[in-house]
Design a protein around this ligand. Structure first.
Ligand SMILES: N[C@@H](CCC(=O)N[C@@H](CS)C(=O)NCC(=O)O)C(=O)O
Length: 211
C-alpha cells in the first residue's frame, strides 16, 4: 500500500501512527505540498481536493485521514482499533467526529495564532481570535476530561479515535495550552505519546521542527 505523505502534516501523522500500530508496511511517497506536488494532474486524479494524506491499495484509493485509518484498522480487526461491535464502533466514531468538527479546529486555530504564525513568519497573533478560541478549547477539553474518566483510552480500549484526537495535542506546549488541571487528558496523551508507533511516526516531524 502506498501513502502519499508530507512529514509536516498532523493528518498524515495519524495515518502513519495507526499503520505502525497495526504492523502495516506502507510505501511512503513524499509529496512536496509547498512546491505544487498536490496540484499535478497525476495527484488530482488521486485526490481532487489536492490534499495529503492519500492511501492507494492497488486500484483502491481513499483520502481523509480518519477514513484511511478505519480502512487500515478494518483490514487488521484482530488489533481492535475499529471494533465490530456496533456500540463500541459508535463510540469510536463519536469521538473521531467530535475531534474533526469541534476540538481539532479550536486547538488548531489557537496553535496557529500562538505558535505557527510566528514560526512561519505569517504575522502577529490576533488577540480576538485567541480570546474566542481559548473559550472553545476550555469547553471542549472539559468534555474530553469527563469522557476519559476511569478509562485508559477514549472509547474504552485503544482505537483509531485516540489517534484522531492525539494529533490535536502536538503543539500544546508551544501554544501554551496547559493540561495541568486536566489529569485524565494529561495522563491519556502521555500514555499515547509513549507508544512506539507514535514515536516512530512522529520522528520525521520532530526532525523538521527540531524537537
Ligand atoms: N481532512 C483532511 C485534511 C487534509 C489536509 O488538510 N491536508 C493538508 C496537510 S495537513 C494538505 O494537504 N494541504 C495542502 C494544501 O491545502 O494545498 C484529512 O484529515 O486528511
Amino acid at each position: 500500500m502506498k501513502l502519499y505523505n508530507a512529514n509536516f502534516s498532523p493528518n498524515a501523522l495519524r495515518v502513519r501512527a495507526v499503520a505502525l500500530e497495526l504492523g502495516i508496511d506502507l510505501e511512503i511517497i513524499e509529496v512536496d505540498v509547498f512546491k505544487g506536488g498536490t496540484r499535478t494532474d497525476e495527484f488530482l486524479a488521486l485526490n481532487p481536493n489536492a490534499k495529503i494524506p492519500v492511501l492507494q491499495d492497488e486500484d483502491f484509493v481513499i483520502w481523509e485521514s480518519r477514513a484511511i485509518n478505519t480502512y487500515l484498522a478494518s483490514k487488521k480487526p484482530e488489533h481492535g482499533l475499529y471494533p465490530d461491535d456496533p456500540k463500541a464502533r459508535a463510540m469510536v466514531d463519536q469521538w473521531s467526529n467530535w475531534q474533526t468538527i469541534h476540538l481539532g479546529p479550536a486547538m488548531q486555530k489557537l496553535s496557529f495564532e500562538r505558535f505557527l504564525k510566528g514560526k512561519f513568519g505569517m504575522g502577529d497573533p490576533d488577540q480576538s481570535v485567541i480570546d474566542a478560541e481559548i473559550k472553545n478549547v476550555d469547553q471542549f477539553l472539559a468534555v474530553l476530561e469527563t469522557g476519559l474518566e476511569g478509562k485508559d483510552w477514549i472509547a474504552g480500549s485503544l482505537s483509531v479515535a485516540d489517534f484522531a484526537l492525539a494529533t490535536t495535542f502536538m503543539y500544546r506546549e508551544q501554544s501554551d495550552i496547559s493540561l495541568d488541571a486536566l489529569p485524565n487528558v494529561k495522563n491519556w496523551i502521555e500514555r499515547l505519546e509513549a507508544r512506539k508507533s507514535w514515536q516512530d511516526a512522529l520522528a520525521p516531524l520532530m526532525a523538521m521542527f527540531g524537537g
